[in-house]
Each structure stands twice: as structure tokens, then as C-alpha cells.
Write a protein that binds this ligand. Sequence first.
Ligand SMILES: O=C(O)c1ccccc1NCC(=O)[C@H](O)[C@H](O)COP(=O)(O)O
Length: 213
Amino acid sequence: MPVQSKICGLSTPETLAAAIRHDAAYVGLVFFAKSPRHLDFDRAAALAAMVPGHVRKVGVVVNADDAFLDKAVVAAGLDVLQLHGSEAPERAAHLKSRYGLEIWKAIPVKTRADLDAAARYRAAVDRVLYDAKTPDAADLPGGMGLRFDWRLLEGFAHPLPWALSGGLDARNLAEAVGVTGAPLVDTSSGVESSPGVKDVDKIAAFLQSASQL
Ligand SMILES: O=C(O)c1ccccc1NCC(=O)[C@H](O)[C@H](O)COP(=O)(O)O
């Protein structure tokens, strides 16, 4: 099975086009005001209109309420909702039934015990995304280019389809997938020149590296 890729936090037509051209399976649009990658609904709609049907649009949200999500889902024609806050399994299940979309839950990881949270979402979501836990004082729960110890996933009995995230880039991707066996990889900072500024060449290099795994 080839490794699939998600490029997260795209915010310009040029970088979105690069992700599509180089075969990203998923593109991530961030709806979180504190993020340097945040999109308002109009910009999200304009970007979403560029995305062909075979590329899935993932909306990244943090403890968002239904009124906000109603607008995001419609504006961007989302295929997937990625819950990147402290959403409980019951909240995730509610969103699955409300929107009928694929639901992913980010699981923040620093220690082996953090992985146990994934099983709580077994009946509620379609996929978990293991991401590096960010510092308590940080503004962002993701997208900080931090990685966790990939060896924590060695031998782990995954309760759900899953993805690997956190500090991935073209140079470390082969090692990360070699250690974890990840079927889907996600990156944001690793394809940027500075926070929130995506780099077309880095996007191409990341997706090329994934295609060779
Ligand atoms: O990217 C953001 O700014 C962001 C903000 C709030 C919640 C989640 C966010 N990103 C989620 C992602 O899926 C990132 O790709 C993931 O955290 C990995 O980021 P990075 O370590 O920078 O590659």
C-alpha cells in the first residue's frame, strides 16, 4: 500500500496547486484564529474551489461549536473534519452524525500512555492522527513542527485507522515511516519557510519522498 500524504495549513493558490500537482491525497485548511494558517470562510471557499474531487479537503478545527462548523463545512465543501482540540468522543460522534463527514481526532503524544486515548474514540471517529503534544503555554495545539518519539508506536495495536504527524519533513519522512509503518503522513511546518508560509519546493520534496516509500 503506498503511503498517503496530507499537506496541512495551505493558504495560497500557488501552494495548494503544488500540493495537488504532486499528488497529496489530502489538503488541510485551518480554521483557528490563533494560527498563522487561519482562513476566513471566503478565503477557504476560494481555495476549496481549486481542489479536484479526488483530493480530499480536511478542515482543521479546535473545540469549534456547531454554528461555526456549519459555516466551515459549507464554505469549503469539506470532506473530513479534523478535531484538534479537547473534543470528547461524544462530541466527535455528534459531529459525525450531524455532518455525515469523515471525522479524524488528533491525539497529542508525548509518552506511551498518551496513545491509550485513541481507543476511547473507537466508535466515534474514522481515524486518529498522532501528533506531538505542544507545550501547555503554547497558542497552538498543532502545527509547531514538534515531533514525538516515533518508537512509541512500535508494536502498538492501533484501535483505528491512523495517521502520523508532528515535525515531519522530506528529510525525516523515510525514517518516520520505517519506524512506525504509518499509512498516512501529515505535515505543515516541514513544508514551510517560516510559520504559515508554505514553500512550493518543500511541498514537492515531501510528496516526492512519500511517493518513494
Ligand atoms: O497548523 C496549525 O496552525 C494548527 C493550528 C491549530 C490546530 C492544528 C493545527 N495543525 C494541525 C495539523 O494537522 C498539522 O499538520 C500537524 O499538527 C503537524 O504540524 P507540524 O508539526 O507543523 O508539521
